[in-house]
Design a protein around this ligand. Structure first.
Ligand SMILES: C[S@@+](CC[C@H](N)C(=O)[O-])C[C@H]1O[C@@H](n2cnc3c(N)ncnc32)[C@H](O)[C@@H]1O
Length: 130
């Protein structure tokens, strides 16, 4: 990949994360807000959900966010299929979603959709309107 593309990607990820962090911090401070929902359209291989989990674990974002966050990603089937397979195989990622190896095996019965209380991946073409 050309360096200019790397810098562009870095700048895009940093700016989206700044906005995301500000949004989460703002609503986490509001005790009457039960759910804080993030929907990422065309999420690709972005790992912001896991970055947020690390920020909570380090104390950089409030612990109270963990139970209220609902993070949903949508992308094409070939992308979600690869992403789910990678998450299931990578303990550092899977541990944020499932508690045991047994849960990893049984929780997801579809290769192209991940459903859990706080993190969901949906395979869909966003151009479809029906
Ligand atoms: C440039 S990547 C951005 C990925 C991620 N949002 C990020 O910031 O790193 C664009 C993503 O949008 C997805 N995408 C483009 N058109 C789409 C559509 N019609 N339906 C679902 N996903 C789409 C692509 O598959 C790709 O993963």
């Amino acid at each position: 990949m050309y360096p200019i593309i790397n810098r562009g990607t870095w700048a895009r990820v940093q700016s989206v994360r700044q906005v995301l962090e500000r949004f989460l911090r703002h609503y986490a401070a509001k005790e009457d807000v039960e759910k804080i929902q993030v929907v990422s359209l065309g999420a690709g291989y972005d790992v912001s959900f896991f970055w947020i989990q690390d920020l909570i674990a380090s104390g950089a974002l409030p612990e109270s966010l963990r139970g209220r966050l609902q993070f949903t990603e949508i992308d094409y089937f070939d992308v979600t299929e690869k992403k789910i397979s990678t998450i299931k195989k990578t303990e550092a990622l899977a541990k944020h979603i499932w508690n045991t190896q047994e849960e990893i095996k049984t929780a997801v019965d579809s290769v192209n959709e991940l459903q859990s209380p706080h993190y969901n991946i949906v395979a869909e073409d966003l151009r479809k309107t029906d």
